[in-house]
Design a protein. Structure first.
Length: 167
């Protein structure tokens, strides 16, 4: 597609009513997640806000996951089914408000899908943030939810400002 990080380059994708899912590993040690946050914020500003942008492009943030979702490195759930999510969106009009994600425990070769799960949780579309219900196992995704209309991921702390996150 070659849109790079220039928001106006996504105009053809949006005008054609194509769909795109972006995901960002918040503990990525090679690519700062702030670049993706700034890009998505600029997309929203360019194309009429988050509600309009969500008709074509959705971004999901993976807490505690390393580069390329970490392959079991880190504490966050980095495994998810992007193909089924985009297929449901394109073929049935069911846009993903959240993606169920799983942390599989690693072995010396990477992820071992036969080992017990480390944790599960929903990953909310940006700028929503997953919220723990306050009851049950914190590692069980059933005890987490995405609150429609939440803007929790838009709050910028001092570290974000120093790193160049835009308002």
């Amino acid at each position: 597609m070659g849109i790079g990080d220039i928001p106006k380059n996504a105009a053809k994708l949006i005008k054609s009513n194509h769909k795109m899912i972006l995901w960002v590993n918040l503990s990525d040690h090679l690519l700062t997640p702030y670049m993706s946050v700034n890009y998505y914020k600029n997309l929203a500003k360019t194309f009429g806000g988050y509600d309009k942008l969500h008709k074509n492009i959705r971004m999901f943030m993976f807490p505690g996951t390393a580069h390329c979702s970490g392959g079991g490195i880190g504490e966050g759930p980095g495994s998810f089914d992007a193909l089924s999510a985009i297929e449901a969106w394109v073929e049935r009009g069911q846009a993903p408000d959240s993606l169920p994600a799983t942390l599989y425990k690693a072995n010396q070769f990477g992820v071992d899908f036969k080992r017990p799960l480390g944790r599960t949780m929903p990953l909310c579309k940006f700028p929503e943030m997953a919220r723990y219900s306050g009851e049950g196992d914190v590692k069980d995704g059933a005890n987490w939810s995405c609150v429609p209309g939440d803007r929790g991921m838009l709050r910028i702390g001092e570290s974000g400002r120093q790193a160049g996150v835009i308002d």
